[in-house]
Design a protein around this ligand. Sequence first.
Ligand code: ATP
Ligand code: MG
Length: 675
Amino acid sequence: MNKQTTEHPSNDNTDSASPTFADIYQSSIHDREQFWAKQAERIYWHKQPEQILDDSNLPFAKWFVGGETNLCYNCVDRHLPERAEQDAFIWLSSEINQELTETFTGITDAFKELDNNVEFYTDYTKRRLTYNALYKEVNYFADVLQRRGVGKGDRVIIYMPMILEAAYAMLACARIGAIHSVVFGGFAAHNLAIRMDDAEAKMVITVDAGLRGGKVINYKNLVNQGVEQATNKPETVLVVNRGILPFKAQTIDVDYATERRQSCDANAVVEPVWLESNEPSYLLYTSGTTGTPKGVQRDVGGHAVALTTSMDYVYNGKAGETFWAISDIGWAVGHSYTIYAPLLAGMTSVMYEGLPHRPNPGIWWRIVEANKVNILFTAPTGVRMLKKQDETWMTRYDVSSLKTFFLAGEPLDESTANWLTKYLGVPILDHYWQTETGWPILSNTPKFDHKAHKQGSPGYPMYGYEAHVLNEETGEPCAAGEKGLLAIKAPLPPGCLTTVWRNDERFMSSYFKLFDNKQYSTSDYAVMDEEGYFYILGRTDDVINVAGHRLGTQEIEEAISTHPEMAECAVVGIKDELKGELPIAFCVLRDHAQVADTENRFRLEQQIIGAVVKSLGGIARPAAVYFPQALPKTRSGKILRRAIRALAENQPTGDMSTLDNPTAIDAVKQSMKDY
Ligand code: ATP
Ligand code: MG
């Protein structure tokens, strides 16, 4: 036990009967098995585990060995006695509104075929689904899958937008023990084909089309192309026809509505398949910010226990409350906190198809008001988008139902956090995790702590994670204030990846090699303060070396973000003969027109350089400051610094097919020409 992991913020909770977070943390590390055995009681086990942890083959850890359970049963069936009539999901789409459905009657017909519980408004469409209705739909869906030959262990690719049928598909797979792999709906055919091959998918589930910002995305055609490119062809493509875009059926296509009607007429009920805790539940590929995506494999029992516990201990969410994770189901946040965790906890989950600023920048708050959302979770990128809009939208709705707003995925800069606090008046909590872990590594814990969180820190290690900052070379723990690599001592707690799909070797070499198979490396730099709060300093890929000084580009970005006219920025290092590398800054202003005037641009440049020098010293001075209108981002909203660096050095950018905003590449190029 080293010094770092024992020091955690105490809390001011004076009620001696209830444990403090420090108590919880300590027992999770020192009485690991008892702690998790207790948490395992939160879910239903068809057969109780025989062994809580098998750590005989680290870094591979097995949790709840011999236990048998089912994720879908725990998400759905288990709640029927108490919450059959409570909403399990509230689905909202700002892409589909009254006007659209009046013009395209096919959409209304498709809704009628699948579900009558639809409300059309001028600015959005809403579907509510009780736990009872979810139970029925998931059983029909599971019945369809079984009829089409999908069973335990088969892989199913789900390539769908944010619609309820995607949730049924995931839960139905979990019910019958099929392994789902959701592929983000914006990825091109090529990305789809790679995943079809890697997972050797038996079935692909998709839709005719999706809508993004009013633009039609031809899912069906992308799937056709993906199937064509794939070496391993799926046997069936199950199509949920939304009535948006007519398509020509292929020989392997199956119409979901037709199949569902058959299951519905038969009142189909499919018994859950009981799975050993360590069998795979799903595969999810990482965002690919730093390289080729890794197929993260999750288990069944550990996943269910970890997510249920996190909803209580981390998010302080309670059964009956409403949780809204504004994320796509193609990402880890969507898996864990749109689908699984809220349902495991008996909450109502909001599922949203749409953008943050359409039909207007008040849409999030309108949804919060109309549905009494209690806990929000999103990535900073969406908030920054709102920050660029007319701020009066922030005050038009009653958001008093909100308790907390969690953010993760990218560093949360101080100005964005302050801006949100000003309007919402609830704790804005940064927290940190990875696709690999599936739930937070570092967070604040509003359930236990009445202390203010610290600006710039995503918090302290969560129970179960023996997280600490290690010296990269020696592997020794760093002292408070000393920078190092954020690592987690093996075994990883329940819910984290158990391996990389069919690639144990990559699991070990990507995550455990650096510290002799004893520590999981996050590949992020961090520093811990005297009170045990951690600060993320950026990815190991994003460190630059200026005349022998190692600088995290994120630190420079933080200094720049303090400028009041800044919307967002990225700093990258470019090669320099004299100094090795030099930082250059790409700054997106809240009002781009500001740089049209040369004198004004000069003023901004000087202020930005001044802010960096003031906070980090002359060594960090950006060699150039450019003002593009946008920055290239991954589909999960992460700034793609490796692409910006390539552009700045006039190198090929590599595979950009997973980019969210391809035009940003030109914007970055243009900004360098403007100079
Ligand atoms: P790949 O691993 O394929 O390169 P990725 O790392 O972008 O993709 P994710 O698992 O979605 O894929 O992202 C996790 C990473 O996001 C973390 O390792 C960290 O770099 C960053 N991150 C997440 N939350 C925070 C946060 N609160 N503050 C700072 N960085 C964060
Ligand atoms: Mg990563």
